[in-house]
Ligand binder design. Sequence first.
Ligand code: PMP
Length: 356
Amino acid sequence: MYLDNAATTRVDYEILTKTLPCFLEDYGNPSSRHRMGYKAKELIEEARAKVAMSINADPEQIFFFSSATEANNYVLNLYPRIACSPWEHSSVEKKFVTGYSHFDLFSHMLVNNETGDLFDIKMLCESYHKDNTLFHTDATQAFGKVPIDVKDLNVDFLTFSGHKIHSLKGCGVLYVKDPSALPEKNTCLVGGEQEKGIHPGTENVPAIVAMGYACEKYNYDEDKDYLMNRLYDKIILKLRDSGLDYRINRIELLHVPNIINISFKDVDGETLQDMLSQQLIYVSTSSACTSGIKKSRVLSAMGVPDDYIYGSIRLSFSYADIDDPKYELRILNNIDRIIETVNKALQIARLLKGVE
Ligand code: PMP
């Protein structure tokens, strides 16, 4: 069972079907001065309007990139003095510049991809604005999980990605509060005038069109939120009854319900992940982008103790399936199997310790 929806999601079948004409009929280049080009351009503008509407922005404030990583990099390359929270995604964290007393831009994610922590971005943004520091939020894990209103948040930049919301890979969105303040050209990518020169290169029309539909279909929905929270509570009850020594990794009171990061004491997370993978249960140890690094930078920054940190797994669930009662049942059955597997991993660890 796929329990790694924070890494990526299955493409929604209805969205895929609506996108197919862009591959087969309306496949013109949006820059071409003929009917097929105009049609492709029109499809992009329709998608832009849908994306804008979903976050209460204007279409002129929306720019399409190839991923959230690219959109994040574009924003962070605009300014020389930038800072970020210690739990940012690698696409933000690696750009972090230290040694300044004042920053041009501060970046803080809306929802953390490893723990599901939901941060009070409106309040943070307000306090940075008082210092004349611009504010960017990475909403990649937040879109659809919490309502997003860019006017209310008052952020200067906001980014997110299609493949986390049942859309195609290859489309990231950048919202810009004041596009007239942007430099005329993208200084990292030299090329054509696509996306007003902000993102040169022929547009990925199918992924952009799919993004428009996904922003409509997978925007925050109270019913789905209720079902996801109910599932979350049931999982926590199962864990409580398991007798295992575990902790739920979180630092904020508020969190999204589709991500649970659990640390099992004295268990090796990667061994557990492999044992689960053999049973066709797919979870993540930290974020997929940083796997290979045993100790999660994010969990370290959040102060998770060492005897727990190595035994962390992240489970994340699908908003495309949550309305199906069988989905909840299947997940709960798989939680039982995860608990059994943790017990097995603990037995093996004890045996190995005995051998030493
Ligand atoms: N930011 C966050 C918070 C993410 O979770 C991810 C995906 N792991 C990204 C950015 C990168 O998104 P993309 O895959 O579209 O580059």
